[in-house]
Design a protein around this ligand. Structure first.
Ligand code: FE2
Length: 207
């Protein structure tokens, strides 16, 4: 691996309006995501590992492969880099609705219905204290989907879970438009979820 580079945003800054405003998207993508990439590169450089043989997902999945003194920094910046990469891909203009296929079946099995899943995800993510993420993950140990939350930029990969859908509830993700109304931001975000992408992600990892 060489230096980590923030991948291109798959749509324009204003593409997710009115649910996510253009200014927030621009700052979030050009400043915050970039800062995680820079922090990750700096942490890897400090241990002469900018050419680490594993991609960041592999490193996060087993933080013992890197020296202890940079684990917390890699967890934060590496998690931030990968979480945001996945976040942009998980949204699209005119998204929303419900997933189909096998993922829809799994949601019914483990949450009762899509409505119950959405409620659990929204309520659980709104209740995160401080900064963090709400996730739909695939738990590899038990071969099932689950709702989880993580603090700050911790990636589900560090918990042996594969992220399928993630929602950033750091204030930088919504404060310009929604101020303290995190539940309103979450409700609006469902309208831009790219379920096609999430379904494909699920099919790639589900056994
Ligand atoms: Fe963010």
């Amino acid at each position: 691996m060489g230096k980590y580079v923030v991948p291109p945003l798959p749509y324009s800054y204003d593409a997710l309006e009115p649910h996510i405003d253009a200014k927030t998207m621009e700052i979030h993508y050009t400043k915050h995501h970039q800062a995680y990439a820079d922090g990750l590169n700096a942490a890897l450089q400090s241990i002469n590992a900018l050419t680490h043989k594993n991609y960041i997902i592999g490193i996060l999945s087993d933080l013992t492969t890197i020296p202890e003194n940079v684990r917390s920094s890699i967890n934060f910046h590496g998690g931030g880099f990968e979480n945001h990469r996945l976040f942009w891909e998980s949204m699209k203009p005119n998204g929303g609705g419900e997933p189909g296929g096998r993922l829809a079946d799994e949601i019914k099995i483990y949450f009762g219905s899509f409505k119950e899943f959405k409620e659990k995800f929204s309520t659980g993510t709104a209740a995160i204290q401080g900064s963090g993420w709400g996730w739909l993950v695939y738990n590899q140990t038990f071969s099932r989907i689950e709702f989880r939350t993580t603090e700050n930029q911790t990636s589900p990969y560090t918990q042996r879970a594969i992220p399928l859908l993630g929602l950033d509830v750091w204030e930088h993700a919504y404060y310009l438009k929604y101020q303290n109304r995190r539940p309103d931001y979450i409700e609006a975000w469902w309208n831009v979820v790219n379920w096609t992408e999430v379904e494909e992600r699920f099919l790639r990892v589900a056994t």
